[in-house]
Design a protein around this ligand. Structure first.
Ligand code: PLP
Length: 405
């Protein structure tokens, strides 16, 4: 198939729910992607955070190849060596106390499990989530997600979800009632614009939840696996939740969702009360084992911290040059750049020039590159972004459409 045939068939046959870039990707290695014409890209999208280890990490590739010849599926009503191994590796890195896991297939599913678990354990219905939060798009997870463009067409959603302003302890305190099962939040909001909480906030929330007997759930689907310079985002502030949701990069690129909880909490779910057919399949678990091994053996968490610092400094140097940049923020290799206008054109132009970047809301560029990204690739991304911002500033000035303040 050529480029046009690929695009035409997807457009014709696939539900039209993804905002598409007109690029056909056929190959990847580390932080580099190639399209069907052989053009090379620096990947700062990282498949929305999935490709944190780098595309086609050799350990993951080898593990998948070996396991594919041995056993691909095995329902969790039977025991399996790879699943057992993965659970041991997983709980050897999760924060202390979070050592009972439910395995599923996506971030949204990991949140569904957390919601059901919180209701079952507490016997209470209400979940407090944050304005600006993103937790996925299945009905339960969607009920915790904030953006009304995702929610409104599908109402009524699951009852007893309320949203409070983020980064504000008093608002959570006011909202907690007799009915509250849990407070659910991302330690750093991803989709919501790469928002790092103020120091003290997560600790305060931990203390408040403990005091009120309310469960604290961290959605670490985007902030875990070394991304922020710590294995888990919450470790930047030394705070441990009662329940944590994981997904995107945990199986080296294969679909996985994980809900981990304290043992006495997870014990609230009895046989049959929650399950999924694919839970902990051997192929996914083999990839997950290799992914965790690579993360530890190659010191990728430290690399994310170092490379993230460099990348952020370079982005800040652009801020000094371009008035259209409002703020640079983030931790490790989870970075955001807020502009004073819509980023759509910037994203498209950077892609044309070989650099793939995400957005996070209308005005924010989001960078979620694989950890193996090289200094040269970061430099290239900066050079391209610099030129594209320059061009945009000129275009706006010439149109008599200066940048708003
Ligand atoms: C991506 C994401 C989800 C949803 O994960 P899916 O695999 O797309 O269902 C949930 N929470 C956070 C914080 C995410 O970034």
């Amino acid at each position: 198939m050529n480029e046009k045939e690929v695009i035409d068939a997807e457009n014709r046959l696939m539900a039209n729910v993804f905002g598409k870039r007109q690029i056909v990707i056929t190959k990847g290695k580390a932080a580099t992607l190639w399209d069907i014409n052989g053009k090379e890209y620096v990947d700062c999208m990282g498949s929305y955070g999935v490709a944190l280890l780098g595309h086609c990490h050799p350990k993951v590739v080898a593990a998948i190849q070996q396991q594919a010849e041995q056993l691909i599926c095995c329902h969790a009503s039977l025991y399996n060596d790879r699943r057992s191994e993965f659970l041991q590796k997983l709980t050897s890195i999760t924060p202390k106390g979070l050592d009972k896991a439910f395995l599923s297939n996506s971030g949204a599913e990991s949140v569904e499990c957390a919601i059901k678990l919180a209701r079952k354990y507490s016997g209470k219905p209400e979940i407090i989530a944050m304005m600006g939060a993103f937790h996925g798009k299945t009905m339960g997870a969607l009920s915790a997600t904030w953006d009304k463009k995702y929610r409104e067409p599908f109402q009524p959603l699951v009852p007893e979800f309320i949203h409070v302003p983020p980064d504000n302890l008093d608002k959570v305190k006011e909202a907690i009632s007799e009915k509250t099962a849990a407070v659910l939040l991302e330690p750093i909001r991803g989709e919501g614009g790469v928002r790092v909480p103020p120091d003290g906030y997560l600790q305060g929330l931990r203390e408040l939840c403990t005091e009120k007997g309310v469960l604290l759930i961290f959605d670490e689907v985007q902030t875990s696996f070394g991304r922020t310079g710590k294995l888990f985002g919450c470790q930047n502030w030394d705070v441990t939740p009662d329940i944590m949701t994981l997904a995107k990069p945990f199986a080296g690129g294969l679909p996985i969702g994980i809900t981990v909880a304290k043992e006495n909490i997870m014990a609230a779910l009895k046989v049959g009360e929650h399950s999924t057919t694919f839970s902990g399949g051997p192929l996914v678990c083999a990839a997950g084992c290799a992914a965790i091994d690579a993360l530890i053996e190659e010191n990728l968490t430290e690399q994310a911290a170092t490379k993230g610092k460099y990348f952020k400094t370079q982005l800040e140097s652009l801020q000094a040059k371009h008035g259209i940049i409002k703020e640079v923020r983030g931790l490790g290799l989870m970075l955001g750049m807020e502009l004073r206008f819509d980023v759509y054109n910037i994203v498209q132009k950077c892609a044309k020039n070989g650099v793939l970047i995400l957005d996070a809301g209308r005005n924010v560029l989001r960078f979620l590159p694989p950890i193996p990204i090289t200094k040269e690739q970061i430099d290239k991304a900066i050079v391209v972004l610099d030129a594209v911002l320059e061009e945009e500033e000129h275009a706006r000035a010439n149109q008599g459409n200066p940048v708003p303040n």
